[in-house]
Design a protein around this ligand. Structure first.
Ligand SMILES: Cc1cc2nc3c(=O)[nH]c(=O)nc-3n(C[C@H](O)[C@H](O)[C@H](O)COP(=O)(O)OP(=O)(O)OC[C@H]3O[C@@H](n4cnc5c(N)ncnc54)[C@H](O)[C@@H]3O)c2cc1C
Length: 402
């Protein structure tokens, strides 16, 4: 059902948009989420649901139901560097409701949020509803323009439409540059596997995500290097994969040509101002994240929680919120900057030199990696950072029925 006059519009039904929609509706705010695709069953980017996200689900009373959905659990981050297996993170000691990463395909997570949100009378979701632009009334955003000349008006529009967000035409953007791209493909799985595996072999890095009967693979390349890889031919690409990850067999059938290999552009950027009257951007719309650390989904969820904490109660009371919008950026700016800074450092100091063959001692893992592997107590530090994130949000927005 689509509400004609919502209190708030959410553009985009990704992790940020679905969680923001859920939390606002839970507080009694009449909210409409507009998603341009017909379903969530697309090969989204990333499957990692971190302990901080599950902490939020626990605070909402949804964790048990969430964990009934198909997923794999990992409580250790492992890396194979030129044949040397190493542990670089340990989450098992976290004092949290779910001290592990739940590997769940993103469409499964979004289906879950949709099903839970559908129970809330104030929630409305419209699929196949691409937003074309905003209604700008003298500098204030008063809603959105949809196809065929129709419009939808609301006191607040939240842009959760990812890294190509329409809000980026209206708010200042700072690019941090990204030095990697990713080839993305699936290979049927033979036998048992681990849930998440990173393999470094020579100048190659492959991340393998266990999706039950197949591996979803990310083959990391230097930014702009896709054409050179393609020019060598699909057979050479298959040979590179097999050298790095010999367990990926049956590649002739899985990857007969380049049609089965998608190129995903990695971006790293952020809006320096996340709002203007009537409009707020959160998630990748406000800060596009690299896949490094598998953190983007979780940062998007934290933004949604911070948004509801700041705005749900006044919106539910029918009060104007323009004066409160900057509070969301003020709250989430530090974690965004620190996480993007860490991702950028990984791009520049490890991934790019690795791919260009510029590492000082390519056969040898970086010092930090060796230290982590050698001293298990140190593995708790990345475990803590992955599990808690930086400035973990707790649900403080109200529930309409209590
Ligand atoms: C290659 C790659 C791999 C990644 N792997 C991981 C990972 O393993 N773990 C992790 O945590 N993060 C990962 N990330 C980052 C992660 O995907 C994002 O940070 C996260 O999805 C952001 O969530 P979001 O809801 O803000 O935006 P998105 O997930 O991008 O969702 C935006 C939604 O808006 C919709 N939309 C867009 N435009 C419109 C419009 N005009 N009208 C209506 N709807 C619209 C889109 O269809 C989409 O559903 C990866 C990123 C890349 C590039």
């Amino acid at each position: 059902m689509v509400r004609e006059n919502p209190d708030a519009i959410v553009v985009g039904g990704g992790p940020a948009g679905m969680m923001a929609g859920y939390l606002l509706a839970r507080a009694g705010v009449r909210v409409t989420v507009l998603e341009k695709h017909a379903d969530f069953f697309r090969d989204f980017r990333g499957d990692t649901v971190h302990p901080s996200t599950m902490q939020v689900l626990d605070e909402l009373g949804l964790l048990e139901a969430f964990l009934k959905r198909p997923h794999n659990r990992i409580d250790r981050a492992e890396l194979n560097w030129n044949g040397r297996a190493m542990t670089i993170g340990d989450l098992s000691h976290l004092n949290m409701p779910a001290p592990f990463i739940a590997m769940m395909p993103q469409w499964e997570f979004l289906d879950f949020l949709r099903d839970e949100a559908a129970r809330l009378p104030a929630f409305s979701l419209r699929m196949s509803a691409p937003v074309n632009g905003f209604i700008d009334e003298g500098g204030r955003i008063a809603g959105v323009r949809l196809g065929e000349g129709s419009t939808l008006r609301a006191g607040l529009t939240i842009a959760c439409d990812g890294r190509t967000s329409l809000a980026r035409d209206m708010l200042p953007l700072e690019s941090l540059g990204a030095s990697i791209d990713v080839f993305w493909f699936a290979v049927p799985k033979q036998g048992a596997g681990q849930a998440l595996r990173g393999v470094v072999a020579g100048e190659q890095l492959i991340v393998m995500i266990d999706r039950g009967d197949y591996w979803q693979c990310a083959f990391v390349i230097a930014k702009g290097g896709a054409e050179a890889v393609r020019a060598r031919g699909i057979a050479a690409f298959r040979a590179d994969i097999l050298t790095a990850a010999p367990e990926l067999t049956g590649l002739e059938v899985a990857l007969p040509d380049w049609d089965k290999v998608s190129l995903l552009n990695v971006s790293l950027d952020r809006l320096t101002q996340w709002s203007r009257p009537g409009l707020l951007a959160i998630g990748d719309a406000a800060h596009a994240m690299s896949p490094v650390g598998g953190i983007g989904i979780n940062l998007a969820i934290q933004d949604a929680v911070a948004t509801a904490n700041a705005l749900a109660a006044p919106l539910a009371r029918g009060e104007p919120v323009d004066g409160l919008l900057s509070k969301v950026q003020a709250r989430r700016w530090l974690p965004t900057r620190l996480v993007q800074g860490a991702q950028r450092a990984m791009h520049e100091r490890v991934l790019r030199p690795l791919m260009l063959g510029d590492l000082a001692k390519p056969g040898r893992p970086p010092l930090a990696v060796r230290m982590l592997n050698r001293f298990p107590l140190l593995q708790r530090i990345p475990g803590y950072l992955i599990g808690h994130g930086i400035r973990m949000e707790h649900v403080r927005s109200p529930r309409a029925d209590v």
